[in-house]
Design a protein around this ligand. Structure first.
Ligand code: ADP
Ligand code: MG
Length: 238
């Protein structure tokens, strides 16, 4: 078993909450309502993964499975410049795969192993993990099938993380009013499959301006707690 490494989020506060950053060989889930900053964090992690190890990165390539078409090269350019990185070099190291439906998403995760033969991928992002599943499997009758597929998908992702000593980070949109979603096992209310497979779960909620509150939820060994991060044009910071 390779030794676990940590990837910086760009925020010292959030890194501290996570015990030093996002861990390889496990899945970190960021969940929160629309606009809570999930995609911004994914883009920042992508940039950070290309940083040298002494600056909290892996000097690695990145695979993003983008299900909502929210990847923005302009944001990568802004964030790269702020970190003193050459934006073109960073963009070349970020491989974006657009997933058109849940089946395609599952396939892309399986094919990630092939890509890692050619590129040194130490970060795999899925933004969003659940949107296709949620829209395609609606109604009570299809819940079991959806959960089964999602469970398999998450195990594929975890396997990639273990074999490649890579960080896996995923996003999951939840309503600010969980009562609307009552009975839906994808919400963090009650038992749910995403929650059981993700090792680290961070709940994001909006605060004033670009501030967001990040809360660590049921970690196996870190204390629960919350901190404040800042979303800005330059990226994620304290
Ligand atoms: P989610 O993925 O959770 O729906 P996003 O990651 O898209 O949310 O977050 C959107 C928020 O990110 C915006 O409301 C804004 O606060 C911040 N943001 C996005 N782009 C910029 C930018 N260029 N400059 C400053 N803040 C930005
Ligand atoms: Mg998003």
């Amino acid at each position: 078993r390779k030794s676990i490494k940590k990837l910086t989020t760009g925020s010292k506060n959030l890194d501290d909450l996570l015990g030093g950053g996002l861990e390889t060989q496990s899945i970190t889930e960021f969940f929160g309502e629309f606009g809570s900053g999930k995609t911004q964090i994914m883009l920042q992690l992508a940039v950070n993964s290309t940083l040298p190890e002494e600056n909290g990165g892996f000097d690695s390539d990145v695979l993003i499975i983008d299900t909502e078409n929210t990847f923005r090269p302009e944001r990568i350019i802004q964030m790269s410049k702020y970190k003193g990185l050459d934006p073109d070099t960073v963009l070349k190291r970020i491989h974006v795969a657009r997933a058109y439906n849940s089946h395609h998403q599952i396939l892309l995760a399986e094919k990630a192993a092939d890509l890692s033969k050619e590129f040194d991928i130490k970060l795999l992002l899925v933004d969003s993990l659940t949107s296709h599943f949620r829209s395609e499997y609606m109604g009570r009758g299809s819940l079991a099938e959806r959960q089964q597929l999602l469970n398999r998908h998450m195990h594929d992702l975890l396997k990639f993380g273990t074999i490649n000593n890579a960080v896996i980070a995923v996003t999951n949109q939840v309503s600010a009013r969980p009562d609307i979603f009552f009975g839906d096992p994808m919400t963090p209310i009650g038992g749910n499959i995403v929650g059981h497979t993700a090792t680290f779960r961070i709940y994001l909620r909006k605060s004033k301006g670009g501030k967001r509150i990040a809360r660590l939820i049921d970690s196996p060994y870190l204390p629960e707690g919350e901190t404040v991060i800042q979303l800005s044009e330059d990226g994620i910071m304290d």
